[in-house]
Each structure stands twice: as structure tokens, then as C-alpha cells.
Design a protein around this ligand. Structure first.
Ligand code: APR
Ligand code: PHB
Length: 392
């Protein structure tokens, strides 16, 4: 097989990049190791920055998003049994966010691929990227029991945090920065109307809790648990009781309860790989960086990498200039590190630190009080949460 851009990974990054390249007339192929059912069912994020919505619209993949997406004008912070609204449009000059599940984005993109291309191979597991420094890098992959070769002009690793593309970077040419947090999130999907109009981030000495949603009938909630927790350690009633305790406020508010239809535990890690390019191999999305989900940046960072990369390939295709491609890694890493910092700060501010003492506890409350008392501090949170400007 031969193509201009070989894309490893059919998650949001790989699928969206392929759609944008296809619309720009750039030939590409997507290799996805799992089945269509698997990638469409994986419960992941759900909070979209405006830039992400814009990119999906540019890809012609936003019809359902525009119909079903829930536009939110802020979030609620809860601590010390108080509630505080952070008003995004007021603090950012009009910006909002949209709730629309990553599973639905993947379904929408897969449907477009299968209807009108570019080629998307499921069950195609990349084994390695050979000769990334050459002008014809090769992706070796297994598909239908046979080893095959995809000869490319360029290869983009969109293969997530456990992918293979990164392995093609010579050790001397790459640096990896990692931070593991001393806790995880237990996430549930429940068949119950949300108990709130917008997301609730709760800091409590028992631990962090987040109330999100997927639709007017489906709630998505998370609670901080110790690392190593098994989802089965938490029967539904225990989850609802713990969430109710952590969201409790001195006001008339009740947490709606209902059947839990999905349950999983996710560890919290930050990781950044530098650079995001080696020769003709580039990385985008979780393949290059992962963040703790507290700041809702994972999906949005993946999309912002893809927007920069698609623009760079379009420039190469239409003008022959590789200038934007040459600047890709540095441009994206600036935004990656800012999102990593924001996600780290939000995580540290809102989670009970297992080895924390009374001083740490008071520092967290003092940070939260500063945000809810100062328009300047609240605007800084709102600017980061709704999305810093895309690299130009
Ligand atoms: N060959 C082919 N496909 C692979 C390989 C491989 N060797 N290794 C991994 N993949 C596929 C995975 O099956 C997955 O579908 O690459 C895809 C990577 O998708 P994601 O992990 O979703 O990463 P990305 O597309 O960058 O999207 C980032 O997804 O994981 C969430 O929190 C993350 O919301 C963020 C978003
Ligand atoms: C979600 O809806 O899954 C979600 C929302 C905001 C976050 C994390 C997850 O910070």
C-alpha cells in the first residue's frame, strides 16, 4: 500500500486528521488496531472547547453535535458546603463550552469515513514505523493475519498513550516528562437526569467529585479513589452515598440517583513527549501527551494538534512549503505545556492529597477562595478552561 500520510490510530485525533486531510485533497490512510465497535464504545471525555467544535464543523462532522450538544456557560465550584458559579461568557468575553461525548464524535467521524473515505482499516495493528528519517517511511502492520507495509511520504502517530509510533524516536532524540498523581478516578455512567445544569467540581476532605452529563437523561460522574482501586470495590449504592457526601451543600439541592450502566477506574498521569516530530514521523494527541482529566484538556489538546497539523499538510500540498510542518512541534508544545500546567493546578487544588497535612488543606481552600472572590483569578481559570488561543 502507498499513501501520502499514513495515520496510526483511529481515535479522535487520527479520525479528525484524516477527515481534514481528505477534505484538503491530501491522500491518507488510517490504521486502527481495534474493532469499530470497540472504538465507538470507549467511554472517555465529553467537554469540548469552542475550537474543538469549530474543527468538527470544518470537518463536516458536526451535524449531530449541533443538534445534541449541550452548550454550557460556566461551571460550579463546590467546597466547604458552598457553591460558586464561574461565568464563562462574562469572564472571557463570550466564550462557552459544549458537552458532547467523545464516543459520539468517534461514531460521527467513523460514519463519514465509511461513507466517503479516506480508507480506514479496523483490525490493523501497526508493529513499527521504519525509516522515519527517510522520505519514504514505512508502517509495518498486521491485518487479517498478514504482515503488510504502508509506504508513506509522512507518518502521523495518533496511537494514544500506549501506541508504537513513539518507539521509532531514537532515545537520544526524545525526552519524556512524567508525573503520576497519588489517586485515580472512579467514573460512572448512570441512567438518571443530571442533578445540575452545568458541571460541578467539588473539593471535599473525603476526596474530589465531579458531576458531568451526556444528555438530559444520562449523567456522567466521577469520584477520587485511591490508586489500585477496583471498580468492583464500589457497588452502586456506595458510589451514590459517597458522591452525595462530597457534593453536600447548605442549600436545597439533591443528587439524583439511578442505575449505573458503566463503571471504570482511571489513574491520573501527566506525560509530555518532546519533540512531537522526528524526520517524517509526527505525533498528535495522546501519543504525544496525556493530562489528568480534571481540566478536560485531553480531547481538546488532541484536536488542537490536529488543527495545526492539518493546516501544515494543506500548506505543503498547495504551496510546497514545509514551513508550518517544521514549526509544528514547537507550536503545539507551547499549548501542550500550558494545558498540562492548568490540568496539574486544577488537580492539585481539588483533590484530597493522601500525604497532605492541615497546611495543604488550608492552601487548597485559600486557592479556591481567591478564585471565587477575585474576578481576575476567576478569569484566569475561565480562560484556560474554555481554551487558550490556537497556536498561530
Ligand atoms: N496500531 C493501530 N492503532 C493503534 C495502535 C497500533 N499499534 N495502538 C493504539 N492504537 C489505536 C487505539 O486503539 C485507539 O483507537 O490508537 C487510538 C488512539 O486513540 P486515543 O487513545 O483516543 O487517543 P487520541 O485519538 O489522541 O484522543 C485523545 O482520547 O484517550 C482519550 O483522554 C484522551 O480524550 C483524549 C482523547
Ligand atoms: C466528562 O464529561 O467526561 C468530563 C467533563 C469534565 C472533566 C472531565 C470529564 O473535567
Amino acid at each position: 500500500m502507498r499513501t501520502t500520510v499514513g495515520i496510526i490510530g483511529g481515535g479522535p485525533a487520527g479520525l479528525l486528521l484524516a477527515r481534514l486531510l481528505h477534505r484538503a485533497g491530501v491522500d491518507c490512510v488510517v490504521l486502527e488496531s481495534r474493532t469499530r465497535e470497540h472504538v465507538e464504545r470507549r467511554q472517555r471525555a465529553g467537554m469540548l472547547e469552542q475550537g474543538t467544535v469549530d474543527a468538527l464543523r470544518a470537518a463536516g462532522a458536526a451535524r449531530r453535535l449541533d443538534l445534541e450538544g449541550l452548550v454550557h456557560h460556566g461551571i460550579e465550584l463546590r467546597f466547604d458546603r458552598e457553591r460558586h458559579h464561574i461565568d464563562f461568557p462574562v469572564l472571557t468575553g463570550g466564550r462557552t463550552v459544549t458537552i458532547y461525548a467523545q464516543t459520539e464524535i468517534v461514531k460521527d467521524l467513523v460514519a463519514l469515513h465509511l461513507a466517503s473515505g479516506p480508507p480506514l482499516l479496523f483490525g490493523a495493528r501497526a508493529l513499527a514505523v521504519d525509516q522515519p528519517e527517510s522520505d519514504a517511511p514505512v508502517v509495518r502492520f498486521l491485518h487479517e493475519g498478514r504482515e503488510r507495509r504502508l509506504v508513506c511520504d509522512w507518518v502521523v502517530g495518533c496511537d494514544g498513550s500506549h501506541g508504537v509510533a513513539r518507539a521509532a524516536f531514537p532515545a537520544a532524540a526524545a525526552r519524556t516528562y512524567t508525573h503520576d498523581f497519588p489517586y485515580s478516578w472512579l467514573g460512572i455512567l448512570a441512567e438518571v437526569p443530571p442533578s445540575c445544569e452545568e458541571l460541578i467540581y467539588a473539593r471535599h476532605e473525603r476526596g474530589f467529585a465531579l458531576h458531568s452529563m451526556r444528555s438530559p437523561r444520562i449523567s456522567r460522574l466521577y469520584l477520587q479513589v485511591p490508586n489500585g482501586t477496583a471498580a468492583d470495590d464500589w457497588p452502586d449504592e456506595r458510589i451514590w452515598d459517597e458522591l452525595a457526601a462530597r457534593f453536600a451543600i447548605d442549600a436545597d439541592w439533591t443528587l439524583n440517583r439511578g442505575p449505573v450502566i458503566a463503571k471504570s477506574v482511571t489513574p491520573m498521569r501527566s506525560q509530555v513527549h518532546e519533540p512531537m516530530r522526528h524526520g517524517r514521523l509526527l505525533l498528535a494527541g495522546d501519543a504525544a501527551h496525556i493530562v489528568p482529566p480534571t481540566g478536560a484538556k485531553g480531547l481538546n489538546l488532541a484536536v488542537s494538534d490536529v488543527r495545526v497539523l492539518a493546516r501544515a499538510f494543506d500548506a505543503l500540498h498547495t504551496t510546497g512549503s514545509a514551513r508550518l510542518l517544521d514549526g509544528y512541534s514547537d507550536q503545539c508544545l507551547e499549548r501542550v505545556w500550558q494545558a498540562t500546567r492548568f490540568s496539574y493546578d486544577m488537580t492539585r487544588m481539588l483533590h484530597a492529597q493522601p500525604d497532605g497535612d492541615a497546611f495543604d488543606h488550608r492552601m487548597q481552600l485559600t486557592r479556591l477562595r481567591r478564585i471565587t472572590a477575585s474576578r481576575h483569578a476567576a478569569a484566569e481559570l475561565a480562560a484556560n478552561y474554555t481554551g487558550l488561543p490556537l497556536p498561530t
